[in-house]
Design a protein around this ligand. Structure first.
Ligand code: SF4
Length: 349
């Protein structure tokens, strides 16, 4: 039975074998794993706020924020703390439980740290989970963020080590792994995933998931992005990935990292409702809410909420737990309640 297996020793061939399963079998297996660890009808909702936009010195080939590509993106300096708080309050009112703050930096500078740590403290005081993505961190920066109460730090591996050089040349794969190690050592939760559809092959998608699952601890949050082709970036003409390959990627991530939240991130807006529904069936259980929700008076008119309603999905509530055993107990209670109330009946009666 897949459900109970938390492994950190995947070989590429084993991962490729999962990818090669007949689609129905793969989906069924992913659902078994998903339902063993989560309420399959709840999806965690995060909102992303860009606290510093553009002019990034890195050369990530997919990214409109790199200073090297002319994408017409307007650069913005570090956002004022009050403005960040305003955005966080709006996100909370719109149903988001986690507020993710992203800055287009190679790494934060010393002078930035007091501002970003203040953002963490104040957003947390609103009762939201906090996540930041600020680039590479040194030990002190990781500790400062942790001390401020930051819950998650996002740093993606992007792709397999073998394909990585095609996408980024200004920082190494090892740099990324070291930042993830520092985040863990400082006591924060890890958000790490990648992007598919960048011209990589099956073995690279397998290689990315293998790297993530073979970390000493699985990232608590695994964003799987579909490339958004932005005019002006080197990947603007990239051939589309078969949507079923994307769904397979979600399902394999679910099987390999059974207790992680697998997140649909960039590229979701380009997906049909049917494709999104299929990714939820494959085990995705976290999304970034659409921007529009924050400006839409009636959430019923928002396409994300409409889709949730059509699928009977509830946003996952943010609860603070003392430790992992409390989380497990709560999930088990939810799963048991579901089984007895909704999905099973006594056929003998
Ligand atoms: S480091 Fe981040 S912001 Fe900078 S180019 Fe890469 S993805 Fe974009």
């Amino acid at each position: 039975m897949f459900a109970a297996i938390i492994r950190h020793d995947w070989t590429r061939q084993q991962v490729l074998d999962l990818f090669a399963m007949p689609f129905s079998d793969l989906m069924f297996t992913a659902q078994q794993v998903h339902r063993a660890h989560f309420d399959a009808n709840r999806v965690q909702v995060s909102t992303l706020c860009s606290i510093k936009t553009g002019a990034c010195p890195e050369d990530c080939a997919y990214c409109p924020q790199s200073a090297r590509y002319d994408t017409g993106l307007e650069r913005e300096k570090l956002m004022k703390v009050e403005k960040v708080l305003q955005e966080a309050k709006a996100a909370k009112a719109g149903g988001a439980t986690r507020f993710c703050m992203g800055a287009a930096w190679r790494s934060p500078k010393k002078k930035d740290m007091p501002y970003v740590t203040q953002m963490v403290r104040e957003v947390k005081a609103l009762g939201m989970e906090t996540c930041m993505t600020l680039g590479m961190l040194n030990d002190d920066q990781a500790q400062e963020l942790s001390d401020a109460g930051l819950d998650y730090y996002n740093h993606n591996l992007d792709t397999s080590p073998e394909y990585y050089g095609e996408i980024i040349t200004t920082r190494t794969y090892q740099d990324r792994l070291e930042t993830l190690g520092r985040v863990r050592a400082a006591g924060m939760k890890v958000c790490a995933g990648g992007i598919v559809g960048m011209g990589e092959g099956d073995k690279d998608r397998a290689g990315l998931l293998m790297q993530l699952a073979n970390l000493p601890e699985h990232p608590e949050s695994v964003p799987i992005n579909m490339l958004v082709k932005v005019a002006g970036t080197p990947l603007e003409e990239q051939k589309d990935l078969d949507p079923f390959e994307f769904i397979r990627c979600i399902a394999v991530a679910r099987i390999m990292m059974p207790k992680s939240h697998v997140r649909l991130s960039a590229g979701r807006e380009q997906m049909s409702d049917e494709m999104q529904a299929m990714t939820f069936l494959a085990g995705a259980n976290s999304i970034f809410y659409g921007e529009k929700l924050l400006t839409t008076a009636n959430p019923e008119e928002n396409s994300d909420m409409q889709l949730f309603n059509r699928l009977g999905i509830q946003p996952e509530e943010y609860q603070q737990y003392a430790d992992d055993s409390e989380v497990e107990a709560e999930l088990n209670a939810q799963i048991t309640e579901q089984k007895s109330d909704a999905f099973f009946y006594d056929a003998a009666k």
